[in-house]
Design a protein around this ligand. Structure first.
Ligand code: ZN
Length: 306
């Protein structure tokens, strides 16, 4: 059974008109989760928003968080050509902060969690948002877990089609953290070539796996089985945080991979069976074709549940 956490305030963030990162993404997935709850595959939990954005100061420069809390008016304003701060963005980020705290309290009780929220976060850098992302949710989740228990071994696995550059910048050299990303390369945001890969004495470090445009299910399986699972297994994480982006699907309008739902089911199933007692938290990142996104999330969740 997967505990799903839905941030309803996610609906108030507006990326802009005709923007692929729309509130319909989480609306569609919430409808999916309601039907999966009837099938006893998930339990849905509401989130209480935080009072402010102070939790994000763990991952971001204080001046950037001050800016997000008290932006110049009028809103919306552009953070970069693809990223806007809208009148409802602050509420969405307070919801994300509340979700991080709520999910962290579940460690040791539930084993599988999925955070349904937006905007995505893995491109958000220490001092600036970018690429649809305002704050880096997964990096903040990792750092807040470490502030609670500094001995935790935390692995991040990012299977979004884009490189998780912000997560890597924020967590790249954190003791006890292993960061793994598969992504299309060369592609936005231009990082993740693999040249900076490194391994620390206890298996922590960085593993970027660049894959070409046109990557298929079979090619992804081979990489997953030969590179990712062995590195994760050697590291033996207490907590596995997954940047779950589904824009590698062949029908996605932004990504150039040719993946199908089969890959997402395979990832979920393998993570669940190889790490039966590890706390696995999946956080929604990309995925911009609503039908492909919903089918892919369902397949991934069924894999995690099997
Ligand atoms: Zn993406």
């Amino acid at each position: 059974m997967i505990a799903t956490y839905y941030v309803t305030d996610s609906l108030s963030h507006d990326s802009g008109s005709n923007h692929p990162e729309s509130s319909e993404r989480v609306r569609s997935l919430n409808t999916l989760f309601i039907s999966m709850e009837k099938e006893r595959l998930t339990t849905i939990h509401e989130i209480s928003p935080a009072k402010d954005l102070s939790l994000f100061r763990m991952a971001h420069d204080p001046a950037y968080i001050d800016f997000l809390e008290r932006p110049p008016k009028p809103l919306p304003i552009s953070i970069d050509p693809d990223t806007s701060l809208s009148p409802g963005s602050l509420a969405a980020m307070k919801g994300l902060s509340g979700a991080i705290t709520t999910i962290n309290k579940q460690i040791g009780s539930s084993q599988r969690a999925f955070l349904l929220a937006r905007p995505p976060g893995h491109h958000a850098r220490r001092s600036a948002g970018m690429g649809f992302c305002l704050v880096n949710t997964i990096a903040t989740q990792a750092l807040s877990l470490l502030s609670w228990n500094p001995t935790l071994r935390i692995a991040i696995f990012d299977f979004d089609v884009h490189h998780g550059n912000g997560t890597e910048e924020i967590l790249g050299k954190t003791p006890g953290v292993l960061t793994i990303s598969t992504h299309q390369y060369p592609f936005y945001p231009g990082t993740g070539s693999g040249r900076e890969n490194h391994t620390g004495h206890s298996g922590e470090g960085l593993l970027d796996i660049p894959l070409p445009e046109g990557t298929t299910d079979d090619a992804y399986y081979r990489t997953f089985e030969s590179c990712i699972l062995p590195r994760l297994t050697r590291f033996a994480p207490d907590v596995l945080l997954v940047s779950a982006g589904f824009d590698g699907h062949r029908e996605d309008p932004l990504g150039g991979f040719l993946l199908t739902e089969k890959t997402y089911r395979h990832i979920g199933k393998q993570l669940s069976s190889v790490f039966p007692s590890t706390f696995i938290v999946s956080i929604l990142e990309g995925g911009y074709n609503l039908r492909a996104l919903t089918n892919s999330v369902r397949s991934y969740m069924e894999g995690l549940n099997s």
